[in-house]
Write a protein that binds this ligand. Structure first.
Ligand code: CA
Length: 234
């Protein structure tokens, strides 16, 4: 079993110390950076399995740091926000953060989130079934969407949305379910979901026989498989 390495980008030493001690006890390695610029340098150098990113940082804001991380890396990012900064969390999720914690958070919860995002990151021990619909093939073991001859490495959230849609075999997936399953949030954050659907559509549109994501207004989404071959598990 490989050990996990976490990069924490946080300017408050008390948090860094508490997190380092708690994660070390779990056999998780921790490296720290006190601001975004150092954080990005450490990211390139260390290639950590997870980044824990505080949104309240000196100089570059956490949101700016997240944008820079996403410009070059798909590393799972858990953002940490102040209690009253829900809008920052929404923005961070839109920009590709994988999960979030609100200060003060419990260290046990932190460990659980880290394990969850790395599991989703594809270090799975067992092979999962590949989903097929028309010319679209979704491989959960590689986080790939193959459309005809083209292979897309899907960002985690787009992958999870696609997996839910394909798994439902053309039936409707309610918006609330997508938000809950993929983002773990129970408010309707329309922008985040719409953006991911838009990106997926752009990919699907590149192939003639790919299924189409249909909007069921005010309800949710479903895959139109009429032009596609029948969905089957392989
Ligand atoms: Ca801070």
């Amino acid at each position: 079993m490989t050990t996990l390495d976490v990069l924490i980008i946080e300017d408050e030493p008390s948090y860094v110390d508490a997190v380092s001690v708690a994660l070390a006890r779990e056999g998780i390695g921790v490296q720290a950076a006190a601001d975004g610029r150092h954080g990005l340098a450490r990211l390139r150098e260390l290639r950590p399995d997870v980044v824990l990113l505080d949104l309240m940082l000196p100089e570059l804001s956490g949101i700016d740091v997240l944008k820079l991380i996403r410009a070059e890396s798909e590393v799972p990012v858990i953002v940490v926000s102040a209690k009253d900064a829900e809008s920052d969390v929404v923005l961070a999720l839109e920009l590709g953060a994988d999960d979030y914690l609100t200060k003060p958070y419990s260290l046990r919860e932190l460990v659980a989130r880290i394990r969850a995002v790395t599991r989703r990151g594809g270090v799975a021990d067992t092979e999962e079934a590949v989903l097929v619909a028309g010319d679209a093939v979704l491989d959960p073991n590689r986080y790939q969407l193959r459309l005809g001859e083209t292979v897309f490495e899907l960002p985690r959230k787009e992958f999870e949305v696609m997996r839910l849609l394909m798994g439902r075999r053309g039936r409707i997936v309610p918006r609330a379910e997508l938000l809950e399953e993929v983002w773990g949030i129970d408010w309707d954050d329309s922008k985040t979901l719409d953006q991911h659907i838009r990106r997926l559509r752009r990919k699907l549109e590149t192939v003639a026989d790919a299924p189409v994501i249909v909007t069921m207004r005010g309800v949710g989404y479903r895959l139109d498989l009429s032009s596609a071959a029948r969905l089957r598990d392989t």
